[in-house]
Structure formats: C-alpha cells, structure tokens
Design a protein around this ligand. Sequence first.
Ligand SMILES: [Zn+2]
Length: 395
Amino acid sequence: MIPAMVRRDFLRALAAAPLAGAQARLDLLIRHGEVLDPSRRWRRRGDVGIRDGKIAAIEDDLAAAPAAEVIDARGLLVTPGLVDLHTHCAWGMTGLSIKADPIAARSGTTTWVDAGSFGSDQAAGFRRFIVEPARARIFGYVHLYANLRNPDVDVVKYARENLRRTAQAALDNRDIILGVKVYVGANMNGRYSLDFLKLGRELGDQFKLPLMVHISFAPPETPQVMELLRAGDVVTHCFNTHTLGILEPDGQVRASVGEARQRGVLFDVGHGAGSFNFEVARKALAAGFPPDTISSDLYDINVRGPVFDLPTTLSKFLHLGMSLEETLLRGTAQPAKVINRVEGLGTLAVGAPADLALLALEEGEFKLMDSQKNVVTARQRIVSRVTICRGKRLV
Ligand SMILES: [Zn+2]
C-alpha cells in the first residue's frame, strides 16, 4: 500500500512530466526547416517540436529531443497552417461545395471558413456533418436568406421573418459560426440586394454579429454598400472586375472604400470562378490598398482551375509583387484574427495550436490564371508538401 501523500506526489510528478520542456518526448519533430512566422516577422532555420496538439518548442537544434516521428523539412518553409477565410465546404444552398479534408491535406490549409453555404435551419447539420467529422478546422458564416426557392414568397418579408432565427443560429453556435453572410449584387438577388443588406445591418447591430458581404454587380452602387458596413464586417470579392467594385474607372480606390477601411471594415479576396482579376489587384496594390485577407472562394467548379487551392491564390500575390511574408500573413494570422476563436491560431508561437504547413517555394515558369482567364507567367509558386493539423499529419 503506498501512503496517500507519497502517492499524491507521485501522481503530481507524472502529471508534470509532459510539461518539462523540450526534453520530454515529442509527438512530432520537424527538423532543418526555414521556420517562418509572419505574425512575428520571425524567420530562421530551426526545428519545431510538437506535443499534445500544440507547438512545444521552436529552437535552432532539437536533435537531442526524443520524438515519436521526425520530418526532415530541409529546403522547405515551415509556416503556420494556412487559413482560408472564404471557401464552400458546407452543403445546403448550392450543391457546389467541396470536401475540406482531401484539399487540406494537399494544400497546407488547416483552417477553412465556409462563406454562407448554409442557412439557419442547416446550422445543426453544419456542426454535426461538416465541422465535427473534419480533421481540418472548419468555421462558417450563416446565410441570411438561404433557401429562397419559392417565387411566390415575398423574399424581403421572408428574410425579415428569418432575421431572429438567423441571429439565433449564429449565437447558439458561437464557437463555429462567425457571423452572417449577405450577397449584394444585381446578379445574385436582383432588386432586393440593398434590402437584404439593410436587414443584415439591422441584425448585425441588434445581435452584435459581423457580416460578410459578397459584392459583384451594381446596383446597388459601391457607396450605398460601404456606408452600411462597420468595423469587423468583411467585404469579399474585393478585387473583382465588376460594376460593384472598389476602384474608380481611373484605377483609384473609391473614397467610400477608403473610408470603410478607416472604420475597420475588412477587405477579402475571395477569388472564385468570377471574382479575382489581376489588373484590378495590380491597381489596388499600386494605390496602396492590399487586401486584409487572401482567400480562395474554393468550390466545385473552380477547384480544377483557375483557383485550385489557397497556395495557388497566394502565389498570384507573389507574382503581383507582394513579399512572401506579407502574402503569408494574409493567409494565416490575419484571417485567424477575423475568426478569433482559437488562441494562437495562425502563428507559430510556443503553446499555439500545432497547425503547420511545410511549403516549397518553387522557382520556374508557372502559368497562373485569373477569373477572366487572363494568364500570367509567374517565376515562383507556393506548393504545400506536408500539412499538420492539431499536431497530426493530414494525408
Ligand atoms: Zn463564395
């Protein structure tokens, strides 16, 4: 019989053992990589140790640390797992969605945000059948007026009646639902766009929920949209070449757009099949208007091109002259800040989640296409070699 006090001490010592720094056994050790954490502007050759789903150590040399598995990352960038703020990986509205995990495994994208492919009555299904089974992390924006299929319905009245239910779905699932998605564009919902956006504004103010707003074709006009947006709202498809866009005809950023950014409205790429144009992006960057977040808007009809995945979208910004650090920042820590649900997400700090991408920065000649089928030849591209999420390699 072990005396109770000794036993207690023994158990305490056991409990403390996994916290004993790099000398305790690591689950995974990534050696000799170029460790790059854009959130801290930190870049140097070194080793990363992972234990219990978290980053346990980042040091010049962890050769002495025992590890269950070792990955040689020589020649690769070791970055935070990529965070894609605009994807479609939930089923509900369109049937054009994709499954996150297989693409996560090949693209280094460990965190996915579904941009409103589901409505309030599908939120429970989103959790049960999309978020919970996935190995990648998945969040979402709930759509304000999903399931508008009946032409006999007064759609604005329907959306108004659904306002509280939509907000409630977001509030009841706060851990995975970030806010409310609204389409704004003459092509999406005709003459109702501005009505829907006003309803979204009402909901956002009343329930303190951010909006993600799709922009495409006027009407409404850009200033009418911008004036309804507040700090923390996200404008997605910001580099589209359509009539509801961020630029004046002369290539300058519209005053209402500049003012929105000043107020804290965020601008997201959301590439997609129709919404990213090299020339618009080039002009915006030249005017000092980089996106806050770079996202793919990945779904079924663009995953085989021109979008493919988030690394390909990021590569387009390298081609446009954005530095590697600034580009990766917009595909890691910045979208993680918008999500704001997981401490340390999008960074490589010790104690942060062990979500990592092992990326190759390939040199050569690569054809990259925008949504209007314009093709450029890039000299570099980002390709993922290994994806690690919650401390485990995705395959
Ligand atoms: Zn989308």
